[in-house]
Design a protein around this ligand. Sequence first.
Ligand code: FAD
Length: 447
Amino acid sequence: MAMPSSAKYVIIGAGIHGLSTAWHLAEGLKASGKGSGEDVLILDKSGIAAGASGIACGVVRNNYFQPAMRKLMAHSVGVWESDPEAFSYHSVGYMQISAECMRENVTSIYEQQKEIGYDSTFVEGTEDTASYMKDIFSDWQATGVTSVLHEKQGGYANNTAAMYGLATKAENAGVRIMSGITVTGFVMNSGSDSVKAVETDKGVIECERVVVALGPWVKTIWDMLDLPKTIEIKGADGVMHSGIPMWRYWALEEGTLGIDPNLQKMNNGKMPPVIHVDSDAPLLSDVDGSVITDKLWGIYYKPDFNFGGIQGGAMPYPVEKDADDVQVDPYGVDSPEFLVDDNFAHMWCSALAFCQKRFEGQIKYYKNEPSGGIGCFTPDSFPVFDNFKDNVYIIADSNHGYKMIGVGKLVAEEMLGQPSELLKPFSFDRYARGELHPVSNSPYPWS
Ligand SMILES: Cc1cc2nc3c(=O)[nH]c(=O)nc-3n(C[C@H](O)[C@H](O)[C@H](O)COP(=O)(O)OP(=O)(O)OC[C@H]3O[C@@H](n4cnc5c(N)ncnc54)[C@H](O)[C@@H]3O)c2cc1C
């Protein structure tokens, strides 16, 4: 495809957010008579699904302690459900099985799910939790858990296949997707704070609006736009805290136990929901019985034919470096720095065995292949969806975002003049105004 010299809308990044925004923008332009998909151009330095969206576990859940996140996720589940086949989406549901210290938080999640009509069941108490789980998996044996939130909606999608499904929808609507083009800077309009053109390694493209959907690379474009490296945050006590770094990275640890995914079928012979367990019982090694941890720990897993086994992960760890010094490239499984190691395999496989007897002694089937990747997080670990400069929309999902297929729809609607109540709680000025999202007792930075 020849390099265009202009495009009305330039979207940077062909991951979940760039593709979803482009598709919905194209449809919205056509429906409103304001243009067509040909006005929309996606640029990606590598290609479709080359970033976090192409390596994500693909879990789609509603289980968030923050009301604004829950509402947004419920909206996104609606988009996943709109075409499961195209998005390679498995609507198997999701289970959050929690330690006592999380029960109160999860109770409130359940109550609010009822309010927004999100289908779920909540079970409380040690014995009732065990019996609910045993009705599903006869070999359930996890301890240190006292509640189950069973979301009947949600599940998971096959990471790359879903991106190609989205790309097909965008291209069918007239969007152009150009791979192998790196954005290197911006030309600003003289006398205003708006972008006039996007500079790339293959030439300059004039545009009216820019959408930045860069996942772990968001900081590179943030810096190119001269946005602040540190920000001020108003605390709950009303005190202003200054000099808070805008970005930091966490490393996500995931892997696959290379056994037949069918072995994780439920008692009724059907494929199970995604399982997420947070336990406060000591986690012992399935290899030698030694204590791996006696602190709150968590894992998630699902049978996945795409990954070829039982796939899942554990708590991420913070990358203890200044964001300026973190090497995002080469990304994902090509990174020499951020891959999971034997400690992860030992912990995760032991935790699987802790939860279900069928996984005891299975660590030998753990797939010894590169996995994991880093995510770029905001100061409060929740997304920032907002306009910057006069004509740049930044989608910085703080690594929550594979499940958020609907954000692009809302962003497209906003760009076409329909402000979104669902996106409002994720504005950048929430930090200065002290309108932060509530924090849960989960061991994850994203729940
Ligand atoms: C290991 C792992 C597991 C995860 N599991 C889940 C999960 O189960 N559920 C969930 O909801 N979320 C999950 N996430 C988070 C989720 O994957 C991300 O939040 C989401 O995919 C980000 O999407 P994106 O479109 O913003 O960015 P990406 O998918 O990262 O896409 C960004 C694109 O920008 C391109 N790019 C970068 N720089 C430039 C440039 N200068 N010029 C042009 N193009 C550029 C890249 O090539 C890339 O294709 C996981 C993340 C990781 C790392």
